[in-house]
Design a protein around this ligand. Structure first.
Ligand SMILES: NC(=O)c1ccc[n+]([C@@H]2O[C@H](COP(=O)([O-])OP(=O)(O)OC[C@H]3O[C@@H](n4cnc5c(N)ncnc54)[C@H](OP(=O)(O)O)[C@@H]3O)[C@@H](O)[C@H]2O)c1
Length: 308
């Protein structure tokens, strides 16, 4: 296959692989579950709402009866749910080839997670940080495993203001909180890769973003006037969820992917197109910020990464 247009057809047979997709009931996660399961992987579709998760499985199975999909409950905005999910997973599965940290929320009004974290950073970063750390032993026990984090073009506007990381001092802006959480996804990805390398582990950490893709992500702004005005234009620019998921799918399964890389659409301004390696802003590579964020994340989530 040509390296130029990486598509669903490039996905190799995934029989024998076990893949977790967070937020697998909707949008990009749903399309990724579909692709992985069609190629033979056993996919753990996680959903915070089991009804939605089961429905997604039913729809996929109606089209591909051979698809192997197990639905499991996981609410990333609740550390006790993360812990329960990990315990259930470890009780029932022996390997984990890919952990695709896909779930996310965007531009929500100020809210807090069950554990009191600002909701966008809490769901998009802290929840996945805790999940990954608690699954580390299974990832380490699986040869050539991967962690894939889903960021966004919006990370370019993100800042790590450690004095007001969760808007404790006020100034909450829904867009800024989202951008910050997507920068956090990248700082985490690169730091995780450095720690995998330092510890000589056979695991890689990779990031991806979908450009602009038509999903349910904009649900919190759909009633806003500016959104209603720009929607016709957005729907012309946005690519389908099936196309938008390709960067994260490629990051998850392409054998040529190396740790620390970032994939996104190859078209204009990375808004659409086929997945290629892309670059993130220099701030996302700050080792200082990454270490600081790691320490805070370990402390706040009570998740200590045990690399040995
Ligand atoms: N679409 C785009 O253009 C775009 C652009 C840049 C980045 N992204 C990123 O792509 C990822 C997937 O988003 P999407 O576009 O596919 O949006 P989506 O259709 O809204 O899907 C998001 C998924 O995350 C789940 N989720 C939300 N909060 C959760 C929580 N607390 N615990 C567990 N799961 C939770 C949702 O579950 P429910 O269905 O129950 O809400 C849903 O399954 C996100 O990380 C997003 O930041 C998307």
């Amino acid at each position: 296959m040509s390296g130029k247009k990486w598509t669903y057809e490039n996905i190799q047979d995934l029989t024998g692989k076990t893949i977790i997709v967070t937020g697998g009931n909707s949008g990009l996660g749903y399309e990724a579950v579909k692709m992985f399961s069609r190629k033979g992987a056993l996919v753990i579709l996680t959903a915070r709402d089991m009804k939605k998760g089961r429905k997604a499985k039913r729809v996929i199975k109606a089209e591909f009866p051979k698809a192997r999909i197990d639905v499991m409950e996981l609410d990333l905005a609740d550390l006790s749910s993360v812990k329960n999910f990990v315990n259930d997973f470890k009780d029932n599965y022996e390997r984990l080839d890919v952990l695709l940290n896909n779930a996310g929320i965007m531009w929500c009004p100020y809210d807090r997670t069950k554990d009191g974290f600002e909701s966008q950073l809490g769901t998009n970063h802290f929840g996945h940080f805790a999940l990954t750390g608690q699954l580390l032993d299974v990832l380490m026990a699986t040869k050539g495993s991967r962690v894939v984090n889903v960021s966004s073009l919006g990370h370019r506007n993100g800042v790590m203001d450690f004095d007001n990381l969760q808007f404790e001092k006020g100034g909450y802006k829904p867009t800024q909180a989202y951008f910050n959480s997507k920068l956090a996804n990248l700082l985490f990805t690169y730091e995780l890769q450095r720690r995998f390398e330092k510890n000589g582990l056979d695991i890689i950490s990779v990031a991806a973003h979908p450009g602009g893709s038509a999903t349910n992500l904009s649900r919190h702004v759909e009633t806003k006037l500016w959104f209603r005005i720009t929607k016709p234009l957005l729907s012309i620019i946005a690519q389908s969820a099936a196309q938008g998921t390709l960067p994260e799918v490629r990051a998850s399964v392409d054998r040529n992917v190396k740790g620390g890389l970032y994939y996104g659409p190859g078209g204009f301004n990375e808004m659409r197109g086929y997945p290629i390696i892309v670059q993130s802003i220099k701030e996302s590579h700050s080792r200082k910020d990454a270490k600081k964020l790691w320490k805070i994340s370990e402390e706040l989530t009570g998740t200590k990464y045990k690399f040995k």
